[in-house]
Design a protein around this ligand. Structure first.
Ligand code: GAP
Length: 494
């Protein structure tokens, strides 16, 4: 699939991806936002199981980045920040995408995506030299901010709209991706911006945290929160949204040591993905060519989604760009006195920044499993093979039938477990159907209370992945679930 089809068609064509999206919708993971009003483009709501999955991922990230680290602490900064923040951070001037509209189709495109797609087409038509010339010219014009040059390039290469097939373009313009809002009474209202990254809440609190929590460099500050971007081209379900959630960590280091820490965090983050069950063949560490305005080096961690290998996390070397600019605009000294070096300096920053929603899409894609009927009589099925500690429901307690005291016994077990685990309870329909329903939402274990339970207080435990069952004392179930499904079991592997 070409880059432009990938970006423009919202990828309806990919069968596997379509199946994941429909599954997420049908089984309570993710819904289009305001669906009763036909939805709102590029915004989504999480349903009961999606919310639980998201909380589990957050917990794993938060604990691995703060609780397990002696030198990283967490904060929770406001979404709305002083407007000068965005002048200092460079977002007001530099956080833009070059866009162009086709007057016939009325569609707006990111111009670099259009040009890259055209270059890919030239390569497939056996014209790699032309493609190289096009890409190099684009790179030069964008670096110079020469939008008229881009206009001319589009004409020269006769780049047409994928829908209208015409070259009836407006001039290329830069669109800022920040959402602006007015705060206060109309006559003296102030323009604020919804934060496009959570990182700035960390930078403006650098001294607060360093002093109040008595942190010594190297140290980190972590945060989970919403970020907002006026993405023009909505793509690929929750991959590119206008309101999304980031989990970011800024690690402050002495200048000159940034390469060591840049390498260190790449290695740490790789292990984190492996522990989540993402194998190396689905992960790619992709060094950035086009750097964000604040970065001197960057690596994207990409996952092999059904629609291609795409970024889920960025690791950036941000130098002292942010702290230095905040110091300048706030007219405050933002420095750290290093007792070991016996001098003050503005620390350098290595950032790990992951999109929580992209992680959810990665986990759904990775977990989505379709099994054919087997020769030994197992029926075909679809299930979600989440790592058990991330599963929305850890186990379902199921009385075999709703009579003869089995229900009372099962409810007793459910009540015993529910304060410690997210456990479901289901008593209606056949046991086979109930197993199927739990498979569809990725519940790793089903605990069945049957007639033998009345005699010897044992239950059966059915494993989602193997469909195998074994008997166990009901009294041992809590320990079993703890060993198999706690976030701790993941943390121990880091
Ligand atoms: N503080 C650095 C920063 O914001 P970024 O590469 O622009 O860097 C970091 O974003 C991560 O945030 C990305 O790797 C991605 O996972 C997520 N992200 C960015 N834009 C997004 C969007 N429109 N929808 C969903 N996730 C997004």
């Amino acid at each position: 699939m070409s880059f432009v089809e990938d970006s423009l068609s919202a990828n309806a064509s990919h069968h596997m991806f379509k199946a994941v999206v429909s599954h997420a919708y049908a089984y309570g993971f993710i819904y289009p936002s305001s669906a009763i009003y036909e939805g709102l483009q590029a915004t989504y709501d999480y349903g009961p199981y999606g919310t639980a999955l998201k909380r589990n991922v957050q917990e794993f990230w938060w604990k691995s980045m703060t609780q397990l680290q002696e030198n990283i602490v967490g904060i929770d900064a406001a979404i709305m920040m002083h407007p000068t923040t965005w002048k200092a951070s460079g977002h007001l001037d530099g956080f833009t995408d070059p866009m162009v509209d086709n007057k016939d189709s009325q569609k707006r495109y990111r111009v670099d995506w259009l040009i890259e797609a055209h270059a890919a087409q030239l390569v497939s038509q056996g014209q790699p030299t032309q493609a190289k010339k096009l890409l190099e010219a684009m790179g030069n014009y964008l670096a110079l901010g020469d939008l008229a040059g881009i206009d001319a390039l589009m004409q020269e290469f006769a780049i047409v709209c994928p829908l209208a097939k015409t070259a009836n373009w407006t001039a290329v313009r830069q669109f800022n991706l920040m959402f602006a809002t007015q705060v206060g009474a109309q006559e003296d209202a102030t323009t604020l911006y919804l934060r496009p990254e959570t990182a700035q809440g960390i930078f403006v609190n650098f001294l607060n945290v360093q002093k109040s929590a008595r942190m010594q460099i190297p140290f980190g500050i972590a945060q989970i929160g919403k970020a907002f971007r006026n993405e023009i081209v909505a793509r690929q379900f929750i991959f590119r949204m206008r309101e999304f959630e980031q989990m970011e960590m800024q690690f402050f280091v002495p200048p000159g040591t940034e390469q060591t820490w840049f390498d260190y965090w790449q290695a740490r983050r790789k292990v984190w993905y492996n522990v989540l069950g993402i194998s190396d063949d689905k992960l790619r560490f992709h060094p950035h060519q086009q750097l964000a305005h604040y970065a001197t080096a960057a690596v994207d961690i990409e996952y092999a989604f059904p629609f291609g290998s795409k970024e889920v996390e960025g690791i950036h070397s941000r130098t002292d760009f942010d702290l230095r600019n905040h110091a300048h605009y706030a007219r405050k000294k933002i420095e750290y006195f290093d007792p070991e070096l016996n001098k003050s300096y503005i620390p350098y920053v290595i950032e790990t920044s992951v999109g929580l929603d992209r992680l959810i899409l990665m986990l759904l894609s990775n977990a989505f499993t379709q099994e054919k009927e087997t020769t030994d009589g197992c029926k075909a099925r679809t299930y979600l093979k989440f790592p058990p500690p991330l599963a929305p429901i850890k186990a379902a307690v199921l009385p075999l039938v709703k009579k003869d005291g089995l229900e009372t016994k099962a409810l007793k077990l459910w009540n015993h477990l529910k304060c410690d685990f997210a456990v479901g309870y289901e008593a209606t329909q056949s046991i086979g159907r109930r197993y199927t329903r739990q498979d569809l939402i990725g519940t790793p274990y089903c605990i069945t209370v049957d007639y033998q339970t009345l005699e010897d207080d044992t239950v059966t435990i059915r494993a989602r992945d193997s469909r195998e069952q074994h008997r166990m004392d009901a009294a041992a179930v809590a320990d079993f679930l703890h060993n198999k499904t706690s976030i701790k079991s993941l943390l121990l592997q880091l």
